[in-house]
Design a protein around this ligand. Structure first.
Ligand code: FAD
Length: 369
């Protein structure tokens, strides 16, 4: 017999789920297509709801605490509102999180099979087929292989995302003495988010622009930094100075998949982006994946019931992320009115806008375990 649990994908959700299952005494294997565990060079914001899961898993990645979210008018550089954050909002490099998760998984005896790409899943999840031949038998299968993995195609073969009309660039640039806050520079049809990483000498940038068309939904499309600079040429000098330092940049087409209609088939259950690829406007994709991982480990033999209890919360988070994109990109009178209201709020109750997300950040999936 193989291990109790087979996890497809050694991303954030897959490794977290492997750890959570191992903590519950299960034998676990993880199958990953990449020959080495590396991550795209980019940052990640982990909110209290995801941080609590990392703590429960005994995973402590290198990170910086984030003190605030600062909304800034892009074209003028004027502050709109600086919203202080409570504890447990963390900024980290994705590679640091993957490294910490992999180390903890290994410590708990999880077996990692690298360089094995899954091409098909058969027999209601009991049989996993590899590129170049070979297969393995699974007793419980967890599909954590992301939005373009094999398990999503197995559980929901007809579900396709649609292009949102937005693309995102990601880059890291050198800085000095950057405040421990996430800044969101907003302008008509575009916005740019930046925050410091590691020792505070590098700044993670995610810049989003509305566009009519996109053909490549992949995560590793290289772009010319001049395209990024041109898209934000109308922003204030503070942003243009940052973008002048960009030497390499990746570009993504942002697809809206909604939550995949089914997260469970046979013995296979989807988690993370495989179940619900999440737009980045609320910085919650990885956080929700961590929650999925932890909760599913406690309901391993009831994937259908688990998805029923998880779906309302995930659906609400997906809708909130889509709403943020609209608010960041306002133009004309709506921008003037919207920013005016936020400035007033910033003077009297700067924590109020984020308190409205208490349902998201205060939720503790580890409390009942
Ligand atoms: C621009 C941008 C910014 C973001 N910022 C944030 C943020 O600040 N905070 C946040 O919480 N989220 C953020 N997200 C979302 C977050 O990155 C994702 O939700 C998260 O990485 C999903 O993790 P996952 O483990 O589910 O999937 P993935 O990270 O996609 O991992 C899937 C794994 O499966 C492997 N795999 C795939 N196919 C196969 C196969 N056929 N066989 C074997 N292995 C396979 C892959 O190699 C990979 O290792 C952002 C996303 C974007 C696009």
């Amino acid at each position: 017999m193989g291990p109790d649990v087979t996890v497809l994908g050694a991303g954030i959700a897959g490794l977290a789920c492997a750890i959570a299952c191992a903590q519950r005494g299960r034998s676990v294997e993880v199958i990953e297509q990449a020959p080495r565990l590396t991550e795209v060079g980019a940052g990640l914001q982990i909110a209290p709801n995801g941080w609590r899961v990392l703590q429960a898993l005994g995973v402590m990645p290198r990170s910086r605490e984030s003190r605030a979210v600062h909304l800034i008018d892009g074209p003028t550089g004027r502050s709109v509102i600086r919203m202080p954050l409570g504890p447990s909002f963390h900024l980290m490099h994705r590679a640091d999180l993957i490294e910490a998760l992999a180390a903890r998984a290994t410590e708990l005896g999880v077996v990692l099979h690298l360089g094995k790409r899954v091409t098909a899943i058969r027999d209601e999840g009991r049989s996993v087929i590899f590129a170049g031949g070979g297969e393995c038998a699974a007793r419980r299968l967890i599909g954590a292989d992301g939005a373009r993995g094999a398990s999503r195609g197995f559980v929901a073969p007809d579900h396709r995302g649609t292009f949102t009309g937005q693309v995102a660039w990601r880059a890291i640039v050198p800085v000095q003495d950057w405040p421990d806050e996430a800044q969101v520079h907003m302008g008509p049809g575009r916005h740019l988010v930046c925050y410091p990483l590691r020792d505070g000498r590098s700044l993670n940038i995610v810049a989003v622009e509305e566009r009519a068309a996109w053909v490549d939904a992949g995560w590793s499309h290289q772009d010319d930094p001049d395209h990024l600079r041109a898209a934000f040429a109308g922003f204030a000098p503070s942003v243009r100075d940052l973008l002048a330092r960009v030497t390499a940049v990746n570009l993504w087409g942002l697809m809206d998949h909604g939550a995949t209609p089914d997260w469970h088939r046979g013995i296979c259950t989807l988690i993370g982006d495989a179940a619900h690829p999440t737009l980045p406007f609320l910085a919650q994709g990885a956080n929700l994946g961590l929650e999925d991982a932890f909760t599913l480990a406690g309901s391993l033999d009831d994937g259908a019931g688990w998805q029923g209890s998880r779906r309302p919360r995930v659906t609400r988070a997906l809708a909130a992320a889509a709403g943020n994109a609209r608010n960041y990109h306002l133009s004309g009178l709506r921008r003037v009115v919207g920013q005016g209201a936020l400035r007033t709020l910033g003077r009297v109750a700067p924590t109020a806008p984020l308190r409205a997300f208490g349902w998201l950040y205060d939720h503790d999936v580890t409390a009942a375990s």
